[in-house]
Design a protein around this ligand. Structure first.
Ligand code: PLP
Length: 396
């Protein structure tokens, strides 16, 4: 059997990660991987998480099976975090299941969509997080891109996006990033979200929101504004959330899949389908990370501590965005990089070509993925001048 296999190339980002690790240059800079880093380049466990883990260790009473939906307290608390106090949640139209990370949630969403419509096409932003393609293709679904990011203006291709979405039929699914678009950092404003809501109503397509960075853009509620607008106006909605970044629980695999139906009954029926999808993939999610999140969100003090830590991360990223633009100016990096300060979350495109990216790696040990996406959080007081000078050299 194994003779049938051909080697699969390493994921480009994971490949860069390995190269970076092996690089002995003391000035090396990693701007590739999508993990939050502090001023020292570390990704420490959040303090609220450490406290919740201690409580968990002291209070855990059983390792018996959890059930397909995972931790139900977590599910309720996550629904509150994602949807706030919108009516559909109060009306029982939204049902949430714990999943292994945002990726697990997306995979469940893919199989769930396939059950409803085997011919559904998933429309994704051009460009999008590369794994979206693998996840939907793995479920046998077709993907198509709609215009989103404009590399000419480093802004949104709004008119082209609307024109394409006007051709999307009922039964198809349109995937948006709820906030902090990965890889561009460019989000819709509230008026643009309203246009998307109207398009979804008129065309009858289903919207799937990937919410992997709630709290990293402008704030927990602010980052969910577009999502809540859609949830308040549409009959149906799918949401895939991740706690990897905002709780720093990357390796613990904590996520959630929410289905919103036109009424509580249709949501319940849809939910049983999501649960049966889950049963056939991994049966039930792991307990640890979701229990930690539930202990944080369900405890006033821990929640306040977590929000303060999250606010700190966001403030650091937003401060870095202006800092990077200033440093680039100071070192005369050719071009206008002002857009970096306007965007949200951890990522932005530098918009530089492959030769410049290669030279940054070969000559300066600065690691950036091939699309020119940088992880803003990889920049700090110590490496910013080095980065700006190197960039000025390779773009000369
Ligand atoms: N969606 C987007 C847009 C992401 O950037 C990520 C992680 O990088 C995920 C989903 C999935 O995150 P995880 O599976 O680690 O929770």
């Amino acid at each position: 059997m194994f003779e049938q296999f051909k080697p699969v190339p390493t994921d480009p980002i994971l490949g860069l990660m390995a190269e970076f690790k092996a690089d002995t240059n003391p000035n090396k800079v990693d701007l590739s991987v999508g993990v939050y880093k502090d001023e020292h380049g570390d990704t420490p466990v959040m303090k609220a998480v450490k406290k919740a883990e201690k409580l968990r260790l002291e209070n855990e009473k059983s390792k018996a099976y959890l059930g397909l939906a995972g931790n139900t307290e977590y599910n309720d608390l996550m629904a509150d975090l994602i949807f706030g106090d919108i009516e559909p949640l109060k009306q029982g139209r939204i049902k949430t299941a714990q999943t292994p990370g945002g990726t697990g949630s997306l995979r469940v969403a893919a199989e769930f969509i396939k059950r409803a419509n085997t011919d559904a096409t998933i429309w994704v932003t051009g460009p999008t997080w590369a794994n979206h393609f693998s996840i939907f293709h793995a479920a046998g679904l077709e993907t198509k891109e709609f215009p989103y990011f404009d590399f000419e203006t480093m802004g949104l291709k709004f008119d082209e996006m609307v024109a394409t979405l006007k051709t999307v039929p009922a039964g198809d699914v349109v995937l948006f990033h709820a906030c902090c678009h990965n890889p561009s950092g460019l989000d819709l404003n509230i008026e643009q979200w309203q246009v998307v809501a109207d398009l979804a109503k008129n065309q009858g397509f289903t919207v799937l929101l990937d919410s992997a960075y709630q709290g990293f853009g402008s704030g927990l509620d602010e980052d969910a504004a577009g999502l809540r607008l859609l949830a308040s106006q549409l009959d149906e909605l799918l949401v895939c959330a991740s706690c990897s970044k905002n709780f720093g629980l990357y390796r613990d695999r904590v996520g959630a899949f929410s289905v919103m139906g036109k009424d509580a009954d249709s949501a319940s029926v849809a939910y049983t389908n999501a649960l049966s999808v889950i049963r056939a993939i991994y049966s039930m999610p792991p307990a640890h990370g979701a229990d930690v999140v539930a202990r944080i969100l369900g405890n006033k003090e821990l929640k306040a501590e977590w929000i303060a830590e999250l606010d700190e991360k966001r403030a650091r990223i937003n401060g870095l965005r202006t800092f990077i633009v200033e440093k680039f100016k100071e070192h005369n990096v050719p071009g206008d990089f002002g857009f970096i300060a306007e965007q949200n979350g951890m990522f932005s495109f530098l918009g530089i070509d492959k030769t410049a990216i290669q030279r940054l790696k070969d000559e300066y040990s600065i690691y950036i993925v091939g699309s020119s996406r940088i992880n803003v959080a990889g920049v700090n007081q110590d490496n910013a001048d080095y980065l700006a000078k190197a960039l000025a050299e390779v773009l000369k």
